[in-house]
Ligand binder design. Structure first.
Ligand code: MRU
Length: 341
């Protein structure tokens, strides 16, 4: 399986996703602020992978404190720094809350045992993420038929998780079962997660993939070349509205217009029951320079303004089903998701 992130006692190692597919370079984070920067700069990205990185960041930060330091002060400093890295994906906050709970329940242990407890929790978050993805794959593969052509947006694969992937996990599971699948990958401007990451990881496993630009999806659907769409999610709220990579909404509307199923695959950790509807989700705005450049080259006039919202919200009415590790939720989602939570 592809190595996305690894705990290595006094450091966290991650594949540098900014450099793929040209170079397979690994980055070593030696303290929690390097983990926080790696999340901000997209060395590691994808909702579940960011959650795992944040949990490792907490464990790493606490490992480095001395006996004499105030553990409460240090813990909350680390926790707050990691919390500020990216605002949209629920999994970051979910993982940090889980680490905070362990800290608060064990804060009176001797420092060595406390550190060990935090490391074990972070490793459990990593391990469980892979297990959940395999369950999502197992449940989701029933929605896929032999011979299907599947459109996916962004990268919701092994690279976006601790391993195996959510949307690509469903595709992997269907392929493992012997189904013949053709994947179409949207390039996913501006960061090109589809072109660079989804194509890279599918190609490594010989899963047939064809790259298209983001504006080709409607054409392919009209021509009958797509059987269904499957994406991951960054935050799903109570009514089923789903934030995912910018461009997902457009694909979902096109799928409905063309009578195609649109599936979302995500662990329950992505679901935020504190929010009732999608317009309450905070959407990350990234540096407009990312839009103005491709491969480091400026593609417009240097003074031209650009916008760079990193996610959009797909209203629940466009989503046929949400595949989680506990079951497949169908509309109305408030009811079906409640049963799974
Ligand atoms: O900005 P990114 O690359 O972190 O955005 C990632 C996505 O939008 C993914 O589709 C989502 O996190 C699901 S990953 C299993």
């Amino acid at each position: 399986m592809l190595p996305t992130i690894e705990w290595d006692r006094d450091k966290v190692i991650m594949i540098d996703q900014r450099k793929l597919p040209e170079e397979e370079v690994y980055v070593e984070c030696k303290d929690y602020s390097q983990v926080a920067e790696a999340i901000e700069k997209m060395v590691i990205r994808g909702a579940p992978a960011v959650g795992v990185a944040a949990a490792f960041g907490v464990a790493l930060g606490m490992m480095k404190i001395g006996e004499e330091e105030k553990r409460d002060k240090e813990f909350y400093l680390i926790y707050r720094r990691l919390k500020k890295t990216r605002p949209t994906a629920r999994n970051l906050f979910w993982a940090l809350e889980r680490m905070k709970k362990i800290f608060e329940e064990n804060r009176n242990l001797d420092i060595f045992r406390l550190k060990e407890r935090l490391i074990q929790e972070a490793l459990a978050i990593e391990r469980e993420d892979i297990e959940k993805n395999k369950k999502i794959g197992f449940l989701g593969k029933q929605l896929i038929k032999d011979g299907d052509s599947i459109l996916t947006h962004c990268n919701a694969g092994a690279l976006a998780t601790a391993g195996y992937g959510t949307a690509l996990g469903v595709i992997r599971a269907a392929v493992e079962e012997g189904k013949r699948i053709q994947v179409y990958a949207d390039e996913t401007r501006p960061f090109l997660q589809g072109a660079r990451l989804t194509c890279w990881e599918l190609d490594k496993e010989n899963i047939p993939v064809i790259l298209i630009t983001d504006n080709m999806a409607g054409y392919l659907m009209q021509k009958g070349m797509i059987s269904l769409v499957i994406t991951g999610a960054d935050r799903i709220v109570r009514n089923g509205d789903t934030a995912n990579k910018i461009g997902t909404y457009t694909v979902a509307v096109l799928a409905k217009e063309n009578g195609l199923p649109f599936y979302v695959a995500a662990p329950l950790a992505t679901i935020d029951f504190n929010l009732g509807q999608g317009n309450q989700i905070l959407i990350e705005e990234r540096d407009p320079q990312e839009v103005k450049e491709v491969g480091g080259r400026c593609i417009t006039l240097p003074h031209v303004k650009a916008l760079n919202p990193a996610f959009d919200v797909t209203p629940a009415k466009y989503i046929s089903a949400i595949i989680t590790e506990k079951g497949i939720a169908r509309p109305p989602f408030e009811k079906s998701l409640t049963k799974l939570m």
